[in-house]
Design a protein around this ligand. Sequence first.
Ligand SMILES: Nc1ncnc2c1ncn2[C@@H]1O[C@H](COP(=O)(O)OP(=O)(O)O)[C@@H](O)[C@H]1O
Ligand SMILES: [Mg+2]
Length: 229
Amino acid sequence: MIPSLINGELSIIGRLVDASNATLLCELTTGDDQPFKVIYKPGAGERPLWDFPEGNLAGREVAAFQLSEDLGLSVIPETVLREGPFGIGSVQRWIEIDESIDLSTLASSTSPEIRDIAFLDILLNNTDRKFGHLLPLEDGRILGCDHGLTFHTEDKLRTVLWQFANEPITPQEEKSLRTLGETLDPERYIGLISEEEFAAFLMRAERLLSTGLFPMPSEDWPAVPWPPF
Ligand SMILES: Nc1ncnc2c1ncn2[C@@H]1O[C@H](COP(=O)(O)OP(=O)(O)O)[C@@H](O)[C@H]1O
Ligand SMILES: [Mg+2]
């Protein structure tokens, strides 16, 4: 059974040097399991960003995890909102990646695993899909991390994964969008993101269904993050 990240005590082991906010590596000790590593991003550590509402990137991390689950993709490590040593923040299970895989090569792949992440990013309106936000596992699965810059009301898709642009969505992708429309519970999202952001997300899902195509890179804003790592 997967232990829940909600319970147990968080102790800080380190701060990630290449991280942009206060992103802390912690150990989570629950009574029942061996301690395991998690990433803790306290809301209080968020650096103000000119184009994102302040102090709620942690909620977006959790909403992104929920959407990955609600779509049946499971491409984001388990993520919850909870108290920690610096107050409420997102807590995400740490994933041991396969260090032998070159992330920029991986990012240019057209494999179904990478496609699932690109598909999710359209709905998340992810504005920060860099190489380093791909987590390849040794068993071949690929997960994603760093979903704080998502769910903006304005279109801001910025990613290194444009290889599916203008491709038709598959019948399976269409089916998962339709199922999502029937089963989605707004109450699980509103609060983590605003009502306006939730409405904008629904519109993006409807647009993806009606065009039936992966979007093209925009000419109105930088469509690839810089630096891409
Ligand atoms: N759950 C995770 N499992 C494994 N590595 C992670 C995880 N979350 C983040 N990382 C690694 O830590 C780096 C920094 O984390 P990130 O979420 O990108 O922080 P920031 O929001 O500060 O940019 C990522 O690029 C990735 O290499
Ligand atoms: Mg990052």
